[in-house]
Write a protein that binds this ligand. Structure first.
Ligand SMILES: [Ca+2]
Ligand SMILES: [Ca+2]
Length: 226
């Protein structure tokens, strides 16, 4: 019965997700996980939701519970081939190749190079004058915020600029990438009007004039931009 109730909550969460109600989707998946801690679908959905919204800590926690905290299924099917006390007990069938890699390395977190798949082609330039200006050594930060209010966190990358002694055909510019969901991004710098070519060292976002829309502040060497 608990499995059925959890499955219903999980499906309801998907319906809310399709309708764009992320809060209710999250609430229903949490209910599914609480009703049946062995329910893998709700935990996967939660981890994906948290990751897409930059909630890395929450995603890691739910993934850790998923891998280590779920009790063995009563059917014993998910436990096949594992021993009591094995931290991967009850998870191998659920996470497949990732679990196999995890088991081999002993690490519950696996990292993969996915930059190309995301659509992000931004490359940072330090100005490369060869004269070792101090700004060449400090790189830059970036800002993550939802610039278009669609519920997905977007990324703004400040860039360097040619320093005295540097000659380039096309000066680098800062870049804004719109989050399309599912870890895909699109360069919307020109459309958004934020193609700054100053020497950026950092950026932050906040609603400085309290109009409900985030504003971007870019810390350049020299004039700053709001
Ligand atoms: Ca967005
Ligand atoms: Ca504002």
């Amino acid at each position: 019965m608990r499995r059925l109730v959890a499955a219903w909550y999980c499906e309801a969460g998907r319906v809310y997700l399709r309708e764009g109600d992320l809060r209710e989707a999250e609430a229903h998946w949490l209910r599914a996980a609480a009703t049946n801690p062995a329910d893998t679908e709700s935990r996967r959905a939660l981890a994906d939701l948290y990751q897409r919204h930059g909630k890395i800590q929450e995603a890691a926690e739910v993934a850790t519970e998923f891998r280590y905290g779920a009790p063995p299924a009563k059917t014993g099917r998910a436990d096949a081939g594992t021993a009591p006390g094995d931290p991967h007990r009850g998870t191998a069938a659920a996470v497949g190749p990732a679990a196999a890699r995890s088991k081999r390395s002993g690490c519950p977190i696996q990292l993969h190079e996915v930059t190309e798949e995301t659509g992000i082609s931004f490359a940072h330039s330090d100005g490369s004058s060869g004269r070792h200006y101090i700004v060449e050594t400090v790189s830059t930060g970036l800002a993550t915020f939802d610039y278009d209010g669609d519920g997905l966190v977007d990324i703004y990358f400040p860039n360097g600029a040619p320093l005295p002694g540097t000659r380039v055909e096309k000066p680098p510019r800062h870049a804004l990438y719109k989050n399309l969901g599912n870890w895909r991004f699109q360069d919307v710098t020109l459309e958004a009007g934020v193609a700054c070519t100053g020497y950026g060292l950092g950026a932050t976002a906040g609603d400085y004039n309290n109009d409900g829309h985030p504003d971007l502040y870019v810390s350049n060497v020299g004039p700053k931009i709001l």
